[in-house]
Design a protein around this ligand. Structure first.
Ligand SMILES: Cc1cc2nc3c(=O)[nH]c(=O)nc-3n(C[C@H](O)[C@H](O)[C@H](O)COP(=O)(O)O)c2cc1C
Length: 355
């Protein structure tokens, strides 16, 4: 198999395999392992503070001189009006009581005490630290930000989930499209409609591949070399793997969270807004069941900020009923091997597959 293509040329990597940015799971060690394997490591920054982002970028840079991407959440903060404040208070009380009923004592933050860093601040960090690859999800940076990034020769990878989103990304000057299928673990990257499509991403691929001329990375359900070959035959040039890596030693999941992965059944994965206010694919538990289909879900990012402390306390108590374990639909195929080995096996399998 000849790996060299537009993506390897643009990103200056050997294999067009991208370790998915997975906020809360990806460690700097995972990024370094992936990049040192000739693939692209991706450092997720989500919407953390600039100082923390600088620390993480410096950490990766101190361990590898290979290319890696940084990844951010792109969104504008909705207005905080009285209605939102009242809803926030109600949901906060509901979740605190629910947690208490399950022997978890938590004090969640007041809305006035939440802190946010806008994506524009993180773009400034990306530029000032000389990072050359930026991937993003949840939206499209504004024109000024895109121009600024281009002037600084930053290659842009935008996440999308539909044909319309893919076309918009290309029109906006994004260099590479990361097309995320509904098989994918974690948050869905839909941004033109609030509800993500149910269609399997692979069924939309040929249309997307003929509608855009920028190279396409596919994200969702890649666990083997055969999956890579199947996607290659659909016009895909890059392969982003997330759930395959969540059981690796470089994953930040706790032992109890990793143990839960080992007992995954077919009906255990749900698309839930309960933890963040945006749809994400992960393991069903008491929290998702109690919140989904109720009015106790605030719009993103408020639900996400509200539940952050709950997740922290639950994780410290090894309580997997109140943490978000994001995985894709077929995550039972995850691996416990080290990241480098997992990637090597994927590469070897693809090389030995017959297309
Ligand atoms: C635990 C977890 C966290 C994720 N966090 C992010 C993130 O911070 N940024 C992002 O762009 N995508 C995130 N994703 C989505 C992945 O980038 C990717 O689309 C997905 O993992 C691919 O599907 P797969 O899990 O079936 O391999 C996350 C996925 C998982 C499983």
């Amino acid at each position: 198999m000849n790996w060299s293509n537009e993506i390897t040329d643009l990103l200056k990597i050997k294999y067009p395999i991208i370790q998915a940015p997975m906020f809360g799971v990806t460690t700097t060690e995972m990024v370094v392992s992936a990049s040192n394997s000739g693939c692209l490591g991706s450092l997720p920054l989500a919407d953390i503070s600039s100082d923390k982002a600088i620390e993480l970028i410096d950490n990766v840079k101190s361990q590898t001189d290979q290319p890696f991407a940084v990844n951010i959440f792109v969104y504008d903060l909705p207005e905080i009006d009285q209605k939102l404040k009242d809803n926030y208070k109600r949901v906060k009380n509901f979740i605190e009581n629910l947690a208490n009923d399950h022997q978890l004592e938590v004090q969640l933050p007041e809305i006035e005490n939440l802190s946010y860093s806008g994506y524009r601040d993180l773009i400034d960090v990306v530029i000032s630290k000389g990072c050359k690859i930026l991937s993003f999800t949840f939206g499209l940076p504004d024109k000024v930000s895109i121009q600024k990034l281009k002037e600084n020769n930053v290659i842009l990878i935008g996440t999308c989930t539909t044909l319309e989103e893919a076309i918009l990304l290309e029109k906006s000057g994004i260099d590479i499209i990361c097309f995320q299928g509904s098989e994918a673990g974690g948050h869905r990257g839909n941004f033109l409609s609030e509800i993500p499509t149910d269609d399997l991403g692979i069924s939309l691929l040929s249309e997307v591949a003929s509608a855009v001329s920028v190279p396409i990375i596919y994200a969702g359900g890649i666990y083997s070399g055969q999956d890579v070959i199947r996607l290659k035959n659909c016009g895909v040039q890059g392969y982003q793997v997330g759930s395959l890596l969540i059981g690796s030693p470089e994953s930040a999941l706790s032992t109890s969270e990793k143990n839960r992965l080992k007992t995954l059944g077919d009906d255990d994965i749900v698309l839930t807004k309960s933890f963040s206010g945006r749809y994400a694919s992960g393991i069903r538990n008491s929290f998702t069941q109690s919140l989904d289909e109720t009015a106790n879900i605030l719009p993103f990012p408020f639900q996400n900020k509200l539940t952050a402390e709950l997740k922290k306390v639950a994780k410290a108590h090894n309580n997997i009923e109140f943490v978000n374990i994001w995985t894709g639909k077929t995550a039972k195929n995850f691996s416990e091997l080290p990241t480098q080995q997992i990637l090597k096996i994927l590469i070897n399998e693809a090389e030995n597959s017959h297309n």
